[in-house]
Design a protein around this ligand. Structure first.
Ligand SMILES: Nc1ncnc2c1ncn2[C@@H]1O[C@H](COP(=O)(O)OP(=O)(O)OP(=O)(O)O)[C@@H](O)[C@H]1O
Ligand SMILES: [Mg+2]
Length: 334
């Protein structure tokens, strides 16, 4: 596997404003997206997945800020760029799709027209050719009867159809990185699987790298090569999907997976762990999962263990490491 680094987040801290004070929502995050891979992020609601995703192309919403850290894209620190310099990066290098496609589409313009305009923006000026390309792209995304869709407005389309149009818009500029934040969560299982296939086709056929955020472990298992497990603003475990799923090395991951790895789990969302993710004000010191962990020890309350290497899955390729921050799983155990 090609292990060239595409994006690297280093020491990323994101804060949100709560009752007039800034509280850390994402803490000291370090991860790499390698060229050509699909990297998953999984974790319960409120763990900081979306803030992490939005911060990469500099799209953090109001009431949130990056306090510290860098985001290197092909070696260039995006956090040092101004809005004007970031715009072409967003259009051309990094594209995003979200859980709710409808608000991202223009309600007053037909789906086909929006695709055509985006093609034009990316330098495709010839109208006839443009129309042909729209139909071709819609065909690739398995949007049925493209001629009809050219005249359909977003509110006339189903959720799955809107998500395909969003994907089409995102992929037109042939981005190097597609960030997909829960793209299938709002869809029924069948439509969701189709969107997953389209994302993995784009990865396979065009080499698009993907950062894929999901609650759905089976979706992660289906299309990702590596996964980051996030809890309460931190990465608690990271590794190749097959290693993390078969030999979880953090109590949080183990519970998410439902204790015993099981083929019947397929299609089920995250297992229900008693308790809930603490609010930003309630976050404990030490391991962020200590308050819900059935195996908690005294030392977990005072310090959050540093990342330890559980296994270097392919010797010599640091990117294939399996690592975790849990006292129960000692270094090099797998
Ligand atoms: N604009 C905002 N203003 C204030 N707090 C925010 C804002 N956006 C997110 N937060 C808070 O930051 C934390 C992380 O939120 P984030 O949306 O990144 O979580 P998530 O993992 O994407 O959750 P979900 O799975 O529900 O999408 C949460 O506690 C959330 O309430
Ligand atoms: Mg989210």
């Amino acid at each position: 596997m090609n292990m060239e680094t595409l994006l690297e987040a280093r020491n990323l801290w994101i804060e949100v404003s709560v009752n007039g004070s800034w509280l850390p929502a994402v803490q000291d995050l370090n991860f790499t997206v390698y060229a050509g891979e699909i990297l998953g992020i999984v974790g319960e609601s409120g763990c900081g997945k979306s803030l992490t995703a939005l911060s990469l192309p500099g799209l953090l919403p109001g009431g949130t800020r990056r306090r510290d850290g860098s985001v290197y894209f092909e070696g260039r620190d995006l956090t040092g760029l101004c809005e004007k310099e970031l715009r072409p990066v967003r259009g051309r290098d990094i594209a995003m799709v979200f859980q709710e496609p409808l608000p991202s589409l223009n309600p007053l313009m037909s789906a086909g027209r929006q695709i055509a305009e985006t093609l034009e923006l990316h330098g495709q000026k010839d109208r006839d050719l443009n129309r042909k390309k729209v139909l071709e792209l819609m065909g690739q995304l398995e949007l049925p009867v493209p001629e009809k869709l050219i005249n359909a407005y977003p509110h006339q389309l189903s959720g799955g159809m809107c998500q395909r149009v969003m994907l089409a818009l995102a992929l037109i500029g042939r981005p190097k990185l597609l960030i997909a934040d829960e793209p299938t969560t709002a869809l029924d299982q069948n439509t969701g699987s189709q969107i997953l296939s389209l994302i993995s086709n784009s990865n396979r056929e065009r080499g698009t790298s993907v950062l894929f955020i999901s609650h759905d472990l089976s979706a992660i298992q289906k299309i990702c090569s590596r996964v980051l497990v996030m809890y309460s603003g931190s990465i608690v475990e990271e590794g190749p999907v097959e290693a993390v799923f078969s030999r979880p090395a953090h109590e949080y991951t183990r519970l998410l997976l439902g204790a015993i790895p099981d083929r019947k789990r397929k299609g089920r969302p995250l297992a229900n762990i008693p308790g809930r993710v603490p609010s930003l004000e309630e976050r404990p010191g030490g391991c962020p999962f200590s308050g819900r962990c059935p195996s908690v020890q005294e030392r977990c309350l005072s310090a959050f263990p540093e990342e330890r290497l559980i296994a270097a899955v392919d010797a010599g390729t640091a990117g294939r490491k399996h690592s975790s921050r849990c006292v129960l799983y000692p270094e090099g155990q797998n």
